[in-house]
Ligand binder design. Structure first.
Ligand code: ADP
Ligand code: MG
Length: 259
């Protein structure tokens, strides 16, 4: 390629804030000539590289901004440990559920992969272009309480609604005070049919009244959550304790009886 043309491409690519175009244009020019690409093939190949690079760095930014406890993927999940989850989780991997503002609820005893799957679905959503926020139920309550105390709860709920996916991990590890239960109900209501939630819990729905301290609030909340939701029950012994010979501890056995 002539140096004048390359200089001009470098200038134009900088103006477009598309630095990879400069690099790809020069690199692909000889290859295009040698293999007889059309002008259209060449242009498409260059633009494709810019778009791929932007998507990848956008996804990395969204993953970093999501506040995930660790970056986990669906590929790393051993579905042989949770055979019943294989089909429903793979059906969700495309992210179509987010466009429909559906929810996902992952239930099961400790160590069965709830946080792993919630995180991996969040990572997939980030790759698909969606902004994601992750926190435990306790942390969400702290955030909402803080907004409420500043008189800015409505604004905070509206701001959160601009995130297509919010992950609430560990619902039920700690019971909520009445004020907290009310704030959590408002979060669920604000997102209902507008934006998605992933919730994880070690307790079955039947025990949620105990978490929220009130049968009526719990029922109204569960109603909104599961109206458009996939509920996936994970089972068995803790993955953390596998092969340690301690997965038959009485407390763990008791928790396995849950959902
Ligand atoms: P939970 O949230 O249900 O308590 P986690 O998702 O935190 O469990 O899982 C505990 C640990 O075990 C994590 O490091 C997770 O990546 C791993 N893990 C759990 N289940 C699986 C699985 N089926 N395949 C691979 N890793 C798993
Ligand atoms: Mg967890």
């Amino acid at each position: 390629m002539s140096t004048d043309a390359l200089k001009q491409i470098r200038y134009l690519a900088a103006a477009l804030k598309a630095p990879r175009i400069t690099e790809a244009a020069a690199r692909l020019a000889d290859h295009a000539r040698d293999t007889g690409w059309t002008h259209e093939d060449y242009l498409a190949a260059i633009l494709e590289r810019e778009v791929a690079a932007r998507n990848a760095s956008g996804a990395q930014l969204r993953i970093r901004a999501a506040g995930l406890p660790a970056v986990k993927t669906l590929d790393e999940f051993d579905f042989d440990q949770q055979p019943a989850a294989r089909v429903p989780i793979h059906a969700l991997a495309s992210g179509a559920w987010l466009a429909e503002h559906r929810n996902i609820v992952l239930l099961g005893p400790p160590g069965t992969g709830k946080t792993h799957l919630a995180t991996a679905l969040g990572v997939a959503a980030a790759h698909q272009g969606h902004r994601v926020l992750f926190a435990t139920a306790t942390d969400w309550i702290a955030r909402l309480t803080e907004a409420h105390n500043r008189g800015r709860l409505t604004e905070e709920l509206a701001r959160l609604r601009r995130y297509p996916l919010i992950i609430v991990d560990e619902v039920g590890y700690l019971p909520f005070e009445q004020e907290a239960a009310n704030l959590f109900f408002q979060l669920v209501s604000a997102r209902y049919e507008h934006a998605s939630l992933i919730l994880t819990s070690n307790l079955p729905f039947s025990a949620w009244a105990g978490i929220f301290g009130d049968q009526v609030v719990a029922a109204a909340m569960i109603d909104r959550i599961v109206h458009h939701a996939d509920v996936i029950a994970l089972k068995g012994a803790s993955y953390r304790l596998r092969d340690r010979g301690i997965d038959t501890l009485p407390s763990i056995k008791a928790e396995q009886e849950l959902p």
